[in-house]
Design a protein around this ligand. Structure first.
Ligand code: FA5
Length: 342
C-alpha cells in the first residue's frame, strides 16, 4: 500500500520535473519533492508505521527513489540553465568586437617635471643634491640663519607649529644650508637642497601654504658675488633659453650680505607688460646673496678664510612662467584636467 503510494509519488514527481522549464519552477519542484517538507521526505518518515516485514523493501525503494529524483533534478537543472543562458545571450546581443577600455598611463606631476629639469641643470654645473628635513627646529629655521627671536624678518616667514615646543615645519630650504655645512666642513661645498616648504599665509594666485623650493649653496675659498651672478645667469640661460633677459635687484635677507633677487623677463608678454608680471615686464624667480659671516660661522667655516653664495628659487613659480599657468593653486588642487596637460 505504502509502496504503491511511493511509486505513484515517484512517477508524478518525475513527470513534473520533465515539465519544469525555468529555474524558478525547478526550485519550487525541489522544495515540494526533496525539501525538508517535500512529498518524498514525508514518505520516508512513514517507515516507522510499517510492519517489520514490509520495512526493508520500502526502505530500499525509498532510497532508490530519492537518489533517482536527485540525479534527474541535476540533469534538468543543467538543461534549464543552458537554455536560459542561450536565450539571454541571444536577447542581449553582446558585441565582442568592441575595443576594450584604454588604461590611462600616469605621468609625472608638473612640479616634479620642473624639479627634475632643475636637478639636471645644476647637476651639469657640478652641484650635488642634498636632502634635508621638512620638520625643523626653530633654531635651524631661524636662529642659526641670523634671525633671532623677535627679529622682524620672522614676520615674513610665519609657519605651522607642532605640539612640540620649538618644532616647526620649515618655511624655506635655507636651514638645509647649516646641515650641509656642518656635514661637509671644512671641505668646499656645491649643493642644491630641494624640498617642500610651508608657510602660514594667505593663499593667492602666486602664493600657496605649501610649495617647493630649491636652495643652492656654494662654499669655498675666494668665492665672490661675480661667481654668484655668473652661475645664476648661466642657470637662467639653460632653463629659459639664451635670449631670455635677466636682472638682479638689491634685496635683504638676514642670512646673506649683500642680498639680491633675480628677475627673468616675462615669458607671457616678452617683457611688454601683462597681468601676470603686473605690467613690469619682469618676474621674480629667486632670492640670493653672499652667505652671511655669522651663518658661515654657525656652519663651522671661518668667514675670514671661506666665503660662499646661496640662493633659493621656487620651482612652481618657474613652471608657471614656462607653461603660462596663471594660478599656483592648480598645482596641489588634484584636478586631473590640469595635471593631464603635462
Ligand atoms: C626665501 O625663502 C629665502 N630663504 C631665499 C634665499 C635663500 C635667499 C638663500 C638668499 C639665500 P623668499 O621668501 O623670497 O626667500 O622665497 C624664495 C622663493 O620661494 C620665491 O622667490 C618664490 O619663488 C618661492 N615662494 C615663496 N613663498 C611662496 C609661496 N607662498 N608659494 C609659492 N612659492 C613661494
Amino acid at each position: 500500500m505504502m509502496l504503491e503510494q511511493l511509486n505513484d509519488t515517484y512517477q508524478r514527481s518525475l513527470d513534473q520535473l520533465q515539465n519544469a522549464r525555468t529555474s524558478e519552477t525547478l526550485e519550487t519542484w525541489y522544495r515540494q519533492t526533496l525539501g525538508r517538507k517535500g512529498d518524498v521526505t514525508q514518505l520516508t518518515r512513514q517507515v516507522g508505521y510499517l510492519g517489520p516485514e514490509d520495512r526493508p523493501a520500502f526502505g530500499k525503494r525509498v532510497n532508490e527513489v530519492k537518489k533517482e529524483l536527485e540525479a534527474a533534478y541535476q540533469q534538468q537543472l543543467v538543461k534549464v540553465r543552458t537554455a536560459e543562458l542561450e536565450a539571454k545571450m541571444a536577447a542581449d546581443g553582446l558585441d565582442v568586437t568592441l575595443p576594450g577600455r584604454r588604461y590611462s598611463r600616469g605621468r609625472l606631476h608638473p612640479a616634479t617635471q620642473t624639479l627634475r629639469e632643475i636637478y639636471r641643470i645644476w647637476g651639469d654645473m657640478g652641484f650635488q643634491i642634498y636632502r634635508s628635513r621638512d620638520v625643523e627646529t626653530d633654531e635651524f629655521n631661524f636662529e642659526l640663519l641670523n634671525i633671532p627671536e623677535h627679529h622682524p624678518a620672522r614676520d615674513l616667514w610665519d609657519t605651522f607649529h607642532t605640539t612640540e615646543p620649538g618644532i616647526i615645519l620649515r618655511t624655506h630650504t635655507s636651514p638645509g644650508q647649516i646641515h650641509a655645512m656642518r656635514e661637509y666642513c671644512p671641505e668646499p661645498i656645491r649643493v642644491i637642497l630641494p624640498g617642500m616648504c610651508y608657510r602660514y599665509e594667505q593663499i593667492t594666485a602666486r602664493s600657496e601654504i605649501q610649495f617647493n623650493q630649491v636652495e643652492g649653496l656654494a662654499v669655498g675659498k675666494s668665492i665672490s658675488m661675480a661667481d654668484l651672478k655668473g652661475t645664476l645667469a648661466d642657470f637662467a640661460k639653460r632653463m629659459f633659453g639664451e635670449e631670455r633677459k635677466i636682472r638682479f635687484r638689491a634685496s635683504y635677507f638676514p642670512f646673506t650680505e649683500p642680498s639680491a633677487e633675480m628677475d627673468v623677463e616675462c615669458m607671457l608678454c616678452n617683457g611688454d607688460g601683462c597681468q601676470v608680471c603686473q605690467y613690469t615686464g619682469w618676474l621674480e624667480i629667486l632670492g640670493c646673496g653672499m652667505v652671511h659671516p655669522t651663518v658661515l660661522r654657525n656652519g663651522g667655516y671661518d668667514p675670514a678664510v671661506y666665503s660662499g653664495f646661496a640662493f633659493g628659487l621656487g620651482p612652481e613659480r618657474i613652471a608657471m612662467l614656462k607653461y603660462g599657468i596663471e594660478d599656483i593653486r592648480l598645482f596641489w588642487g588634484n584636478d586631473l584636467r590640469f595635471l593631464e596637460q603635462f
